[in-house]
Design a protein around this ligand. Sequence first.
Ligand SMILES: *Cc1c(COP(=O)(O)O)cnc(C)c1O
Length: 853
Amino acid sequence: MGRDRYRGPVANSVETTETPAPEPADGGPNRSHPLALAPVSSPPVSVDGFVREFLRELNFGQGVALSASTVNDQYLALARTVRHYLMARWLETMRRQKETQAKGVAYLSAEYLLGRQLGNALLATDLTDIVADGLAQCGIDIADLRAQEVEPGLGNGGLGRLAACFVDSLATMSVPCIGYGIRYEFGIFRQTFVDGRQVEQPDSWLALGAPWEFPHPDSAQEVSFGGHTETYTDSDGAERTRWVPAWTVQAVPYNYMVPGYQNGRVNTLRLWRSVATERFDLRIFNSGDYEEAVRSQTFAENISKVLYPEDSTPQGKELRLQQQYFFVAASIADFLEDVLPEDFDLTKLPERIIFQLNDTHPVIAVPELMRVLVDEKGLAWDTAWEITKGCFAYTCHTLLPEALEVWSVELLGRLLPRHLEIIYRINEEFLEEVRERFGDDELRIRRMSIIAEHPERSVRMAYLATVAGSKVNGVAELHSQLLRDKVLPDFNEFYPGKFTNVTNGITPRRFVRLANPGLSELITESIGVGWLTDLERLRELEPFAADEEFRARFREVKAANKRRLHAVLTERDGVSVSDGHMLDVMVKRLHEYKRQTLKVLHIITQYNRVVSGEVAAADLTPRTFIFGAKAAPGYKMAKDIIHLINAVGSTVNNDERLEGRLKVIFPPNYNVTLAEKVIPAADLSEQISLAGKEASGTGNMKFALNGALTIGTDDGANVEIRQLVGDENFFLFGMLEPEVEALQAAGYVPSSYYESNPELRRAIDAIASGVFSGGDRHMFDSVVGNLLQEDRFLALADYAAYIEAQDKVDAAYADQEEWTRAAILNVARSGFFSSDRSMRDYIDRIWHTPPAF
Ligand SMILES: *Cc1c(COP(=O)(O)O)cnc(C)c1O
């Protein structure tokens, strides 16, 4: 492969007109040339300078004149222009990192839910105003170009968004980090509704051009699969193993900039695309089978073709394991061969890098690093294992047993035979240690084995990660405690000190500054600058909660955000957000444990109260309910619930007896772009998962920081939000986790709640009698049947408490001054949920990677 690096005289040059120094005698990079060491300079920034650059990109990059350009031409030219302003910082960051070899993080994640890039790049470079002015001079509204960007939806939900927030924070904190992942050709599907049912469309996010990525086909890595292993004796007479794979693909890196917030640092996100290897093609081409050669190419390119749209429930498909191995093998090879210097002493690897495993998806990296160290680098097994244990840490994201990933031994052995052998040996040695500690406690051994025997022999990836990881962390206090006590108690006992907590966070740059410019301006006016990178400073807002004038301005910001949302939704979906309504929002993936059905039951309850005449429509607190949720395409119950929400919505919205006081809207295709519009407009944040099921949640944090009050269970990070904002500024309801467990142990009978609560019975009967389905009594059989017979997530058990809490919400909303006071305190006290704080915790407790300036 053509991976020879430039060996000419100028190591770095961006937009420079200076003459390069003469070629050094040895032909290597001339590190003494002034341009090689001095920071490369950014192009000068002025409105005129920007306009020149922009037009140059439009003309020379897009090949169109301004007068003939489309909005997409203009967007692409703008993106490339903004990119220029980050380029010097990016190259300088890479050069310094290469030079200092400071310890850094390699974040391994199968998903990055990045959201749009343009706004963030403008914010990072502080160019928003200059660019808006310059574009206006060209007769272009910057908002139109922003709206043109298709977000890269390379993730499902919270887990992928977390990865995006973390890399943003690390860049902003000047911590060396490289994010590794997969460049899916199709990200999360685009959701549409047909007759209220979800229909999935492919997400062709690359179709109109991808101006933020830098492909480097010349730096491709080879990744192999299949075949067999064989043993041989090496030249020193030692018995060794080698893997003889059956097929190989190329992993082509696509680099993305991860700019820090106005700090001159730009880290790298490296996403891998699979393509056929030249060798593979050639062999078949030479055999004369053109069609087969093209087919093999398609086959290879399948690996990075599409993101699996499952959230929380892995499907165990072979292609998925191929994706996982594909990206971690490429990443480890990239790091060892291209990032590290050539003569690096591998025993020092843990002092140079920590591979953070974002859930179990990248855990196959553990046996891969072992394979490389032992089979390829020739290290002794024990030495390699010491290195490996020092290089990995594992973040667990779930408590649902069905979400704990396993791979059948049959599949793993077929696809990665050498890795299976390595896993067996790791397990053997691990279980030997367990025996030494606990004696022949066979039950314990079976419980702790990395290999499960039932229902089929398979590898428990979470156990492998726990054995190999230097640390294992949960993602909120409650979750980490349940992880220690309920999910992995044997491991917690065996490895004292290995388990820790890092509560999740969100980046305030995207979810406050970009999403809510009105609030950001109000904050800055009140407490000055600096809070955006030191979010605990929001505490200084507390005294303003008592200030009537401030409260009025805070309310005006919220009202303006609602008008903005109204404009977005009118344009996008032709629906309106009613004036003067409380905005009650539940946006997140559709999953039974998150309990969207509980929300629906509340809406139906309010509806029934009016149509039965118990409550006059005029006495209802006007509310607009907003849902946003994608269901995994194969998750039938989740799709049925979406159908129900839409059906209830169209009935409620068209029933004149409600006098327009209740409204349900469900804009399709909830994504980061929509989140940035919906969350700043929300009054009420719905965080109503069954206690003990939501590991953390991050949506909950976004709402609190944007001044919505939460109605929520004692679950995930809700617990910490409530502790921080105060009980009086949070609507808590529902069973606690131990109560949930007790009820389930006693034998939960959902129908008994139906029998004994008339309002609940009326709500469920309304669904079952066809009120929301034009008289069709069977349309929602599956949902009704599930609620009455199984109700795995105890929605009916929490119904009464939920309705009571919602009635309190209505009463509280009537006092707008008090409500606003509570909303302000939510903002002021939620600074803890900055992902900058999460990163500090990871650095202190797990990574030990100080900022490198
Ligand atoms: C934050 C976010 C999520 C996670 O939401 P939860 O309520 O924590 O499940 C999912 N999707 C998108 C687009 C997000 O921005």
